[in-house]
Every structure is written in structure tokens, then in C-alpha cells.
Design a protein around this ligand. Sequence first.
Ligand SMILES: [Zn+2]
Length: 1003
Amino acid sequence: MGKAESFDFTDMAKYNSEAQLTPGSSRKGCFISVYVGILILFLVVCLVLGVGLLIYFARTDQNCSDKSGISEGTAAELIDKCKDFIDKGDTTLCEACTKSTSAIPVTTPAPSKLQDVRLPMSVLPELYTVELQPNMYEGPPELFTFNGSVRIRVKCHESTNNITLHINKLNLTEEIRVTPVGSSFPLRYKRHEIDTKRQFLIVYTTASLQAGQYYDLDLSFIGPLKDDLHGLYLSSYRRNNQTVYAATTQFQATDLRKTFPCFDEPAIKAKFDITLVRKGHLTSLSNMPKITSDNRGNGWIADRFKTTPPVSTYLLAFIVSDFNYKEDKTANNITYRAWSRPEAINQTEYALSVGTKVLTYFEDYFGIPFPLPKQDMIALPDFAAGAMENWGLITYRETAMLYDKHESSESNKQRVAVVVSHELAHQWFGNLVTPSWWDDLWLNEGFASFVEYMGVDYVHPDWKMFDQIVVEDVQDVFNFDGLVTSHPVYVPVSHPDEINEIFDRISYGKGASIIRMMRFFLGEGTFKNGLKRYLKKLEYKAAFHDDLWYALGNQSAIEQKNINVKEIMDTWTLQMNFPVVKVTVMADGNIRLTQKRYLRDYDAVDPGKYVSPFNYKWEIPFTYTTKSSPNFNQTDGDIHWMHKTEQEIITSNIQQSHWIIGNVMQYGYYRVTYSDENWNRLIQQMDEDHTVIHSVNRAQIINDAWNLAKSGDLSMTIALKTVNYLDKETEFVAWQAALRELGYVDSMLERTALYGPFSKFMRNKVSGIFNPSSLSSSNFTHLESYVNTLIAAEACKYGLQSCVDEASRLFKLWKQTPHSNPIRSSIRLTVYCSSIRHGGIEEWDFAYKMYQQSNLASEKSRLMLALSCSKEVWILSRYLKYSLTPSEIRKQDATDVITYISKNEIGRGLAWDFVREHWSQLLKEQGSVLYKFSRLIAGSLTKLNTRYELRELEAFLRENPDMGSGTRAFQQAIEKTKSNIKWMDKNYDIVKQWLVDQGFLNP
Ligand SMILES: [Zn+2]
């Protein structure tokens, strides 16, 4: 799945203190009640055994395979066998292995009961023949439904008296039939039961089904067609005061079972024959091309689609809409179409051009042609995530696919390119080769999140995507992964709520970061050929992460590099957090390395949910460079491995008076620290001539220093000095890294006496670089525009007069000629926000009118955000009221509006009061869209930093113990507030002294 936007705030504040939140609070995440939590905990414990077993198998030794009767074979073959055993619930092999693996402890000890929420494997589907008909043409939308039928051709693999599959929220309408294929036996249906807890439909038969025999299972059903964004759901948009309806789908992770009964697990692949029934004025779409359209009478048309290849259930897609399309062909002759509302069809061109290029690039890079005859992409007005990689029919929210050359910003453009590339990467990683179970979700999402950079880099090499990944993913996810409440990328999950919860920054961002590190230590050629080997071997099948380690390891053996990929990568995937490496140059010129687990707060109590199998030691590909011979262009040949040990010595002859930098280009997923003397040498270098150090390592120095200061590993005084040189900085990544940290300081100081002097410091850093003409000129490259946008946002935010004046002037011009906006599109959010903040009701009402009239999703989001910048209490209160009035603000945007208002220093109290006052309504209306609701809680409470506020929060939790999906987010808000208080206690006086030293505050 594509990342959901936590914000469409990218123009102004990519580095917003949002980034400081705890895991799961951004992009996507779901939350569970205490009771469900207990159930899940039990299920986790059950599943952990299975995980532990797989871990054992992955390192099965000869002894083990002898005992279990497995004949000799390659490690990969053993894994295949082990997967079969686990699927069948056979633990004899596991016991044999357990006894012989004393070297490395299991992740967590646990009893056995793996199969609880998993389907039995005795009967499996081969082909589904499905017909679906959405009924959304008459009557009130609350009563819309869909109905349909499915025939599932199943094969019996083990004699049994029942067929167990998934079902959720459907009513069966006709008698169930079970018919043996190719024989004249009578029907075998006896009775059925529905286990709502496990979402199972269990169909019992009159006589046992025989192994090797095929059966047809026939089911008919009806279900509600609601606007709940999951399963087959109702989408709508407005045209000339009329509501236009469409039916569309989102099945990942476990919602196909809401549309028809099915075997809804990723590894259970089957072929699908789909028929969609629609009214004549609409169009239908599915994964495969349409082959026939039959007239059913009364205006109904039945469209039948070509049979799919074997595919996982979560990758299907069905759409009935009145959308239009633009069409192109890829270099390899695959039909590529981009669909949208007819009004927005011209905004599809950019996504189409990126899509056709990137699809061909990936075919070439992965060495496997795209297996379907067509690829559709469609922009939907209502969509929960950023996008979804359904095979051959990728769905997007509008802001992730639509782009208007004149109206959209450069960051809108990059977001479209990135999401298109991400979803296309999934066509191989996920769709062709699918993780056996959701615990390896990171294989899907981590890979797509890394490969997306490769695709965009291919189309736009000048965007320096491989520099950007350092701030967008590596440093971003460090924030979440430095907490004791993080989780390993490979994580046992079972219940659907728990599965949804791991669509988070760890699976995406850490997954991408460690794959980037792996590409570096393997070398590009080995990485690429190993991937080809992995994909080819497992195409149309399911994979376990060890399959990938062995494919890459074998490739490195062929090339005589002999890198033990599994041994290395296990340390990065089976334990959470990451190391900090201390680099010391010794008197003899050698380098001493020591490693320890980095935690933002060393006093935090580890909840003990995950136990490290490696005692929090890592296999670290260490690199360094020095002042005497700076080299930022290193390869795998320059690596010094630091093993799972406390200390390593690198023989060298470094001059002690010269600086040294560890982790060149921040390829490794770890932080680095030094003696204070070396930190000061690096700071001195940045002050004198920062260009000697590559911009990626400048970003790294800032990010490491500030976060080591947060954890107490480094003095805050040194961290503060790393940003003094900023008035000379012109590179995006370094600014981004710096502003992420300064944004946090800002949010802490916002309501204190230091805010004035701090604002003065910020104005001082940007005043020399800011140019008022950048607000309207369009003469910039992509990355120049990124930097200018950041600088202008800071300049206006901290009240640099030339920025505020120019923004007001341009806004006035726009008001006079609403149809020709003179503001550079990339900088509009800053200009809107500044003008609304310094303006009154007239500016606000004009912007609100423009918000309602805009046909471009990204312009709408930035206006929605800018409207929260007002300083007038009554205007903000009215806007809060609008958020719960669907005729003013769409229901899906309500929590965003409240969150935005809570970011405003004046709106914060208002929003918090509003949330408390409308708590039950919000819980009822927004609680089902879990990730949004938790984002609201996390977003509106993130800046609290006084003991009084902490007491208020705790009291609220006592009064409202059952917060449903908001529980975890609320607990995290309390944890966050505590750490903010700590920061204030520790750093307020240091920051004060620093502002005095710089001359921004009189002592
Ligand atoms: Zn994805």
C-alpha cells in the first residue's frame, strides 16, 4: 500500500515536529482496545512460536534435518519444506530443531497454537468465478447494497469433512452447494456455521472430501455498499450540486472477505474470473482487460474480464464509475491508462508519463516482463491510504496521482512520481512474489519504499533522490525506532487489527533504509542479480524473508564475495532499534569502534514485548573518511565490518588533529558519535567551508548531534553549534535535517519568554538567503524550488518583513483576479498562511471560497491547511465547527482540519477543548477510520510540555478509559508530553545561554 499522507503540509513543513511522534502515529496505523489487546497478546504469543520455528529453520543445521527426516538439500529447499510444515501445523520437525539451536535464543519463548486465526490448509482454491453487482442508482445512499455469487473450484489436499474460508459482514442468500467435479456423486452440503470472531465460514459436508479430488463450492450473498473506505465501498463526488456515485475497492489487508467469501490469506493464491454488472452509462474496471459485455435487460450490462494469473486475494480490484481515461503504451507495448473524474482528466498526464517510463525501467531492472496485458491507474475522490498496488489496476487518492502544471507544487509533483513508482515496484515485490504471511509485510513495503527512489531517479536524475532518502526515510524513521515502544521490522502478527497496525514507519521507512544499506554492502551488481534470482525463483508464489537472504547470499557466493547476508540482515530485522557507533582515533593513529543500542530515553522502561536475540548488537558495515583525504564516493570495497561485538580496531594512521566522519553518506542504519574534540573540529569545518563535507553527511552530522543530545550522549551545546553555519547552506537535505530539529525547539519554546530571541535567530539564518521575488518567480530547478520553499516558509513564519509584505501583496493581487493566481505554486501554502495569519475575515472568507471552488485536490488541501493559520479566535472556532458539518468540510477531512488548527499556537487550546467537548461524536463518526483518529489525537497533543498539561491529560484518560482506536495514541501522547517536559527541564537554560552567546538575547 502506498503511504497515506499524514499531512499535505509538505510545501511548508516537511520537517514539522510531527516527525517527532512515536511509531504508528504517522501515515498509517491502527489502534486496539484493551480487551482486543489481551486477545491479541494471546494470539501473538501463539504465533511467536511459529516465528521462532521459522527462525530456527532458517539456520537449520544438519543435525536438525537428520532428526526430522528431511533429506539433504540447500538451505532454501529446507525453508520451503519448513513453510509447508508450519502451514500444516506440524511441530515434530520444530521440536527436533529446537534442541539443536542453543547458539542463538528465540525471539520470545511461547507455547504453541499457531493455527488459531489461520485457515486450515486441507482444502485450497484453484479458480474463483465471481459476479458482483453494486446497487447505487436509486433511493437513499444509506440503503445502497451489492449482491453477487461466487463459485470456488477447490482442491482437497487432505481428507476432511468441512471447507473453511473467510467471510465478514455478508449475508448468504441462497442454499450453499458443494459439488464434486467430474463425478455424479450427490451434493455434499450438510450445514454451515459462521465464526464471527475469526471471520470464518465453515461449510460441513455430508461425507468426507477426498484428497486429490476437486469440488465446486457455490455461494450467493448480499452486503451493504457503504462509504467506509474498505472492501467494496461507495465513493462519491459533487458535480453541479449533484452527487455522483462510484463503487470501488480496497482489500488489503483482510477485506476481500467483506465482498465475497474467500480464502483470504496472502499465500493462498488462485485464479479469478470476474464479472461486474453495471448500468449502461457507467464503466467497469478490474485487474484484467474486459473480454465481453452482455446486455442483461433493464439497462444492466454484465462485463466479463479475462482470467487472472494466480494472485493473492488482497490484490483484486473492482470499480464501477463514470470516470474517463487517457491512454498510452509503454516501450514494451503494454497498454497503460490513467483514469479520473471527467473534470480532472487533464491532471492525469504527468502520472501517466511517469508510469509508462517506470514500468519499462522495472521490467528491465528486475529482468521479468510485466505479466499482465494492461496497467490501469485511477484517482479516487475517497481513498484511505495514499495508493494501493492492486495488480493491473492501481488505485490512488487524488493528491497522489493528479498533477496540474500551473497549479501544483514541486513537492506535489515529487509525491506523484514517488507514489506511482512505489506502486509499480509492488507489481513485482508483493504481487508477483508475495510474503507468506503479514509478518513479513516489510518485505513488500520496505522494498517498494526503497525501489520507489530508483524509479523516480530514473525519470528525474536531477532530483537527487538518493540524497533525499537520507532525510525522508533514514533520519525520519530513526525518530520512531529510537524508542522502547518500537518493534522489529519482522514482527509476529495475526489478528486483522494487528496486521493493520504494522503498516507503519518501521515497515516502510526502516525497511527502505536497511535495504539501501544492503545494496551498499553488496554492491549494485550483486544486489541487482540477487534480486532477479529471488523474483524468478518465486514468481507467482509466496516468500519468506530468508528466501531473499539466500538468493542474495548465493549471488554474492557466485561472485566470490561470500557475504553472509542472512547473518548480517537478521541483526537488522529480528531486533528493534539501532546502534550508535563511537569512533575514537587513538594515539597510534588506529581507530577504535564501540557499539551500543541507541535509545532516545535510556530511562524508559522496555515493555518487554520483544526480546533481542542478539543482545542488541549488530553487524555494522562501517565506513569513514578524514580531513586529510575526504572521500564521499565510497563503495562496498571500503567497508570495515564491525561484528556483533563491543569493540573493533581498524588499523590506520590518522592524524589526531584532523576530523574524522563515520558512516559516509549515511549508508548504514546507525548513528555515529566522537570525542568532543572531533565534534568541534567538524563544526569548525562547517563554519569555515561546509562544502568540504558532502551535503548528506552535513545532514547526518546535524541529525546525529541533535539526537545524541536528546538521549544525553552528547552535550546540547555542541548540537546547537551544528546549525550556526546555516546562513551559508543552500542544499535541501541539510536544511531539511536542521529544520526538523529547530522545528522541535520552536514547538517547545512557542509559549515561553525565549520565543522572541529564538525567532530573531531564525530570521538571522534565513534573511541573507531569502529573496522576495522567489514568491512569484518560476525560474527554479526542482531542488532549488525545494530549498526556496523551505526558506520562504521560515522567513514568513518568523515574521521577516520583506516576506510578510510580499506575501500580502501577492494575495491581494490574487483576490482581485481569482482566476489568475500570481503566486508560484510551490510557495502558495506559505503565502496563503502568512496572509491569513496577518489578515482578517476578508482574507479568510476569500480563501475559503477558493477552497470550495477548487477542482484540484492538492490546492484544496493546502487551502484547507492555510485556513487554520488565522490568529482570530472566533474565526478558528467557526472553522472548528465547520469541521463537523459535512456540507462545509468533507467527512474524510474533518480530523485533518482539527489537527491543523491544533498546530496553531492560538488554536491549540481551542482544538483540545473542541475535541473534549465533541469526544463521543468524534469517536462515533471518526473512530472507524482508525489511523485518522489516532492521528488527530497524536497531532493535537504533540506540543504539550508542562506538568499542568500532563495532569490534564491523565485526568482525561481516567474519565474516558475506553477510547477505542484512540487508546494507544493517547497513551503515546502522555509519554510524549513527559519527554517534552524532560527536554524543557534539561535544555531550556542551555538554549537560553546559547541565544545570549549569539547576541540574540541580552543576558
Ligand atoms: Zn506499498
